[in-house]
Design a binder for this molecule. Structure first.
Ligand code: MRU
Length: 346
């Protein structure tokens, strides 16, 4: 945790014995860490939004498998069979962020290798997934900031920071790097209805780390762009298909359309663990639909007319042609398409 790099928050922590998760449902009012003792607890934490953000979900699932292995009888011989129910439970927690399935596949490969002391091997793999994510974020921060250059102010959506990852963040990592380099002086954060990840989480995280942030209602984004107040829109991703189509928090697609109309550049920042080459395009990405009550109420208080229904997709898909650059730890793909994504992932 480093004040100089404007990065002090760690939401996912491994104690050496179990997981500790910052309960993101209670931010910004309270900073409370929950002790998660087992895989079922990790799955529930993902499902119930204690932990959220694609990379953080993957890391949590990996530790979930490590905890399941520790809890298995010492004389277990068929580890895949023993751990399968917990892995299925973790996989069912949320459908869109591919990092969840990517992390479970990495853990599965360790199980299939069937070495000695599998619980220790699985814990080591989960730690590696965690550390690699942090390193990828730092690398993307440098690459994205170099691409951005002097931008003045940027607009971001949802929360893509230390809270959503192993640390530092994806889009927010680029913002941290660009701020440290003096290339941006202000972040506009969309409030991000209905969970308010922008208002509750991004604003909190940036305030903690001394980066100036102004919150805007989603509806203000068009005016912000028309007035020339932002040079870039910088967002994360939950799943990037093989042609570059990108699923991210609901509202991202609208920002991409607005950005193109106003000549504002649009950057997606995501580690290669978010790229799903098995899904040809955005139409194949499963979009989570959450309960209508999340839209009809706020903080437990009803905000809609009684009797109204609500449609609550948690994500949308931005077509690749609206994206100026996808920044990964393996490099930057400008004007993404299938051929360039294939070359990146080789
Ligand atoms: O529903 P959430 O809060 O898990 O959605 C998170 C997002 O959409 C993020 O933008 C995405 O996971 C990238 S996080 C680095």
């Amino acid at each position: 945790m480093n004040r100089e790099t404007h990065d002090t928050v760690r939401a996912v922590q491994w104690t050496g014995d179990h997981l500790r998760l910052l309960d993101q449902r209670r931010l910004p009012g309270e900073s409370v860490y929950l002790d998660i003792p087992d895989a079922a607890g990790a799955a529930a934490a993902i499902r119930d939004m204690v932990v959220r953000g694609a990379p953080a979900i993957g890391i949590t699932a990996a530790y979930g498998v490590a905890m399941a292995a520790r809890a298995a009888p010492a004389d277990t011989s068929d580890w895949l069979k023993a751990l399968e129910p917990d892995m299925e439970c973790l996989a069912a927690a949320r459908p869109t962020a591919v990092n969840l399935f990517w992390a479970l596949n990495r853990m599965r490969r360790v199980i299939e290798a069937n070495g000695t002391d599998l619980p220790s091997a699985l814990e080591a793999e989960a730690r590696r997934i965690h550390e690699e994510d942090l390193a990828a974020n730092r690398r993307m921060g440098a690459l994205g900031a170099a691409l951005m250059g002097p931008a003045g102010a940027v607009l971001t959506h949802c929360n893509t920071g230390s809270l959503a990852t192993g640390g530092y963040g994806t889009a927010l990592g680029v913002i941290r790097s660009a701020f440290a380099a003096g290339d941006i002086d202000k972040v506009y954060a969309d409030e991000t209805r209905p969970w308010l990840q922008g208002a509750r989480l991004t604003a909190w995280e940036l305030v903690q780390d001394g980066i100036p942030v102004d919150l805007v209602c989603e509806g203000a984004a068009a005016s912000l762009m028309r007035l020339g107040r932002v040079g870039w829109v910088v967002v994360g991703a939950d799943r990037i298909a093989a042609n570059g189509d990108t699923a991210n928090k609901i509202g991202t697609y609208a920002l991409a359309v607005l950005a193109r109309h106003h000549g504002v550049r649009f950057m997606v920042v995501a580690p290669t663990s978010t790229i799903d080459m098995e899904t040809p395009d955005g139409a194949g990405i499963p979009i989570e639909e959450r309960d209508a009550s999340e839209v009809l109420s706020l903080g437990g208080q009803p905000v809609a007319a009684e009797g109204a229904g609500a449609w609550n997709p948690a994500f949308d898909v931005t077509p690749a042609e609206l994206i100026d650059a996808i920044v990964t730890e393996k490099g930057v793909v400008e004007k993404p398409d299938r051929a360039k994504m294939t070359a990146l992932m080789k």
